[in-house]
Design a protein around this ligand. Structure first.
Ligand code: CP
Ligand code: NVA
Length: 308
């Protein structure tokens, strides 16, 4: 039976922990698992641009002994040139895995449904689970634990915070989310996170007040106000997010040893002030590096699982 990595809701508390432990091993010993993908090819289907995701997956697949085939938006025209089901079934005859970055989350679900090989979500309009797990690795490194760490997320209720909610709730981390009215996190993800939080002890707070969210936080996280695919809404969004910038005054409300996180790409002067993102509390490049290690761990997990 194959296993996909589409959404953290499909992963138990224990499985998330196993992947995080594996990521730690992989990071400390880059040769760990160097033959797990030997003789295997994975294809990357990207409908949107990428720096971190593409390069970390390509590097990680090579480090695990595998081969990569990158398909750009022009190569595949997912859902336009031929039905997504046909793409999934065809690719399954050639390759051993599909890593996909899509606009509509439904496209990822369709790929997973029709492919007979593992499908990994490299970002959709609803979630970004690889980034959220890399962020857990980063928080754990900084604080030596995840349980009871207090994270504040300030900004758009987008794919990033949806996945952070699920990630935090699985490891007993507390998360306060401050969004403008009308830009709240996805209600289904919030409900799933709340359900898991009851088991792990996470506290989830949803507010429209950035100051309330950030007060006493050990982690302050933000993301772009205009995600890929929302460019036409730029002007309205920049207005609606006034007052939600993570600047030095807001960050001053956080714990004095707080860390600043951002999945990148960042827009200095919009969601975050330059002196915060480039200041001493920022761990943005640790997050970027941890994408590589955690994705290697995810792939080892998926291909080990396949052989159980
Ligand atoms: N954080 C992240 O996914 O970056 P890219 O869009 O560059 O892949
Ligand atoms: N929310 C952002 C994340 C980029 C990694 C986007 O979807 O564009």
């Amino acid at each position: 039976m194959k296993r996909d990595f589409i959404c953290l809701k499909d992963y138990s508390v224990q499985e998330v922990q196993n992947i995080l432990n594996l990521a730690k091993q992989v990071k400390h010993n880059p040769r760990h698992g160097s033959d797990y993908l030997k003789g295997k090819s994975l294809t990357l289907i990207f409908q949107k641009p990428s720096n971190r995701t593409r390069v970390s997956f390509e590097t990680g697949i090579h480090q695990l002994g595998g081969n990569v085939i990158y398909l750009s938006p022009d190569d595949i025209s997912l859902g336009k040139r031929e039905p997504t089901a046909d793409v999934a079934k065809t690719l399954s005859r050639y390759v051993n895995g599909i890593v996909a970055r899509v606009y509509k989350h439904q496209d990822i679900l369709d790929l997973a449904k029709y492919a007979t090989v593992p499908v990994i979500n490299a970002l959709s309009d609803l979630s970004h689970p690889c980034q959220a797990l890399a962020d857990l690795v980063t928080v754990q490194e900084r604080f030596g634990r995840l349980k009871d760490v207090r994270m504040a997320y300030v900004g758009d209720g987008n794919n990033m915070v949806n996945s952070l909610l699920l990630a935090a709730s699985r490891v007993g981390m507390h998360i306060s989310v401050a969004t403008p009215k009308g830009y709240e996190a996805n209600a289904e993800y919030v409900a799933l996170a709340q359900e898991c939080a009851r088991m792990t002890g996470s506290k989830i707070v949803l507010t429209h007040d950035p100051r309330e969210a950030v007060s006493g936080a050990q982690v302050v996280y933000t993301d772009t106000w205009v995600s890929m695919g929302q460019e036409e809404e730029s002007q309205k969004r920049l207005k609606d997010f006034a007052g939600f910038q993570v600047d030095a005054a807001l960050a001053a409300l956080a714990d004095k040893n707080y860390i600043f996180m951002h999945c990148l790409p960042a827009h200095r002067g919009q969601e975050v002030a330059e002196d915060v993102i480039d200041g001493p509390h920022s761990v943005i490049f640790d997050e970027a590096e941890n994408r590589l290690h955690v994705q290697k761990a995810i792939m080892i997990f998926l291909y080990t699982f396949k052989h159980l």
